[in-house]
Structure formats: C-alpha cells, structure tokens
Design a protein around this ligand. Sequence first.
Ligand SMILES: [Zn+2]
Length: 69
Amino acid sequence: MPEPNQAPTTEDSPETAPERYGYCHWHQDSARGIRLIDAIEQGSGPGITYYACPPCITLHHLVPLADRP
Ligand SMILES: [Zn+2]
C-alpha cells in the first residue's frame, strides 16, 4: 500500500519570529514588536541598547540593526 507523502514534522508551529515585547526608547513606553535599532558597546557594563516599536520606526525612518547591510 502507498505510504502517505508526509513532510517531516519537527514542529507544529511555523517558523515565525516571536513578537518582542519591551521598552520603546522613542515614545518611552512599552510596546509589542520592538526592534533593536542601536547597540552601543561599552568598555565596562552591558552596553546600551535602543529599541523602537514599528510605528516609531516608520515615524522616525529608523533602520533596525538587523536590516542594515
Ligand atoms: Zn515607539
């Protein structure tokens, strides 16, 4: 009997990036789907990271760090 052509099921959910919830530095409030805009390395300490939500990215013409060449 023919076997059903099944794709290997590793995970039920499709590979989608989870929406990141956190602080938007541009409108200074928590937001969903924030992106890392800038990361400033510091000699000591964890460094400074700036996140922005999608509306602020559009409003301020920001380019997320991951989308830069
Ligand atoms: Zn924002």
